[in-house]
Design a protein around this ligand. Structure first.
Ligand code: SAM
Length: 268
C-alpha cells in the first residue's frame, strides 16, 4: 500500500475504518479533573495518527486542558491549542510540560503551543498551516442544566468547575441554540484558510437533550459545516462504563446517551 495520509500499517488502518468504537476514558489526572468535559488523550492519539504523518501540525481551537496537544506529542506531531479560559490554558501548559519531560529526547524539536485566546480570532495568532484539526466544542449550554446527572458531584465541590467560564465569548454560555450553532459554524469555517488543502477536521460532538426534546447538534453541524468543508463521514464513539440513570422510568422514553459523533470533514 502506498500510504500518503499516515504512517499506519494496513491492519491498523483497516481497524480504524470501522464506523464505531468503544473507548472508556482512563481515570483522569487530578490536575485536569477541575475541567468539566475532556476527551481522552489515548483516543485523540488514534485520530491524530490516522489523519496525519509524523512531524505534521495539529490544532485544537478549543483546547481545554490540552488533551489533543498531549496526544500530538505522544504521536510525534507539532500542536497548537487555543483556549479561552486562562485557568484551563495554564493547566494545559503544565500537562504538556510534564508530558514532554516524561517523553524526553524523543520530542525534542516538536512544538506544542497553548494560546490563551478566542477561537473566533484564530487567524490573529500567527498560526502556521495546519495539517489536522481535532476538537470538541461545549455541548451548547448543557453544563448549565441543573438536572444533568454527571454534574451533581461538581455542584457540591469547591474545587471542580460546573461550567467552563462566565466569559460572554464562551460559546457554552449562549442560551439561544440557533445563535450557538451559527457561532460554532463561524469558528470552524474561519479555520479554512489555515487548514492545508485536503486536510481533515474532526469534531467530537453529541446531540443535546434539553426541556424534553433533542437539539440535533451533531446533525446540524454536519449539515451547516458541510457547506464549507466536505462532510466525509461519522465515527461513533461509544462509552460502555457509565451508570444508567432511571430517566423517565415508567412514564416516557428518555435514553441514557453514551455515544458521541466524531464528524469527519475534509478541506477540499
Ligand atoms: C469540550 S471542552 C474541550 C475539552 C478538550 N478537548 C480537552 O480534552 O480538554 C470545550 C472548551 O472550549 C472552551 N471554549 C469555549 N468558548 C471558546 C472560545 N470562544 N474560544 C476558545 N475556547 C473556547 C471552553 O473553555 C472549554 O474548555
Amino acid at each position: 500500500m502506498k500510504n500518503k495520509l499516515n504512517e499506519l500499517d494496513s491492519k491498523t488502518w483497516l481497524k480504524f475504518q470501522k464506523s464505531w468504537f468503544v473507548h472508556n476514558p482512563p481515570p483522569r489526572k487530578p490536575g485536569v479533573l477541575v475541567h468539566p468535559a475532556k476527551f481522552p488523550e489515548t483516543m485523540a492519539q488514534e485520530f491524530i495518527e490516522f489523519f496525519t504523518r509524523g512531524g505534521e501540525t495539529i490544532l485544537d481551537p478549543m483546547a481545554g486542558t490540552g488533551s489533543a496537544l498531549v496526544a500530538a506529542l505522544r504521536a510525534g506531531r507539532n500542536s497548537y491549542g487555543i483556549e479561552l479560559n486562562p485557568k484551563y490554558a495554564e493547566i494545559a501548559r503544565q500537562i504538556v510540560a510534564e508530558e514532554r519531560l516524561s517523553l524526553g529526547n524523543s520530542v525534542e524539536g516538536l512544538l506544542s503551543n497553548v494560546i490563551t485566546g478566542d477561537a473566533t480570532r484564530a487567524l490573529d495568532y500567527g498560526l502556521p498551516t495546519i495539517d489536522y484539526v481535532l476538537t470538541s466544542p461545549p455541548y451548547w449550554d448543557m453544563l448549565h442544566a441543573r438536572g444533568a446527572g454527571t454534574q451533581k458531584k461538581r455542584r457540591t465541590s469547591t474545587e471542580l468547575d460546573v461550567f467552563y467560564s462566565d466569559d460572554p465569548n464562551d460559546v457554552g454560555n449562549l442560551g439561544d441554540y440557533e445563535e450557538f450553532l451559527a457561532k460554532l459554524v463561524a469558528i470552524y469555517s474561519g479555520l479554512k484558510t489555515l487548514l492545508r488543502e485536503k486536510a481533515y477536521l474532526t469534531i467530537i460532538v453529541k446531540n443535546v437533550k434539553k426541556g424534553g426534546r433533542i437539539y440535533p447538534l451533531a446533525w446540524d453541524l454536519g449539515r451547516e459545516l458541510g457547506k464549507v468543508y466536505t462532510l466525509k463521514d461519522e465515527k461513533i464513539w461509544l462509552q460502555d462504563n457509565q451508570h444508567l440513570a432511571p430517566y423517565g422510568l415508567g412514564s416516557a422514553w428518555v435514553s441514557n446517551t453514551f455515544h458521541h459523533y466524531c464528524l469527519q470533514f475534509r478541506n477540499e
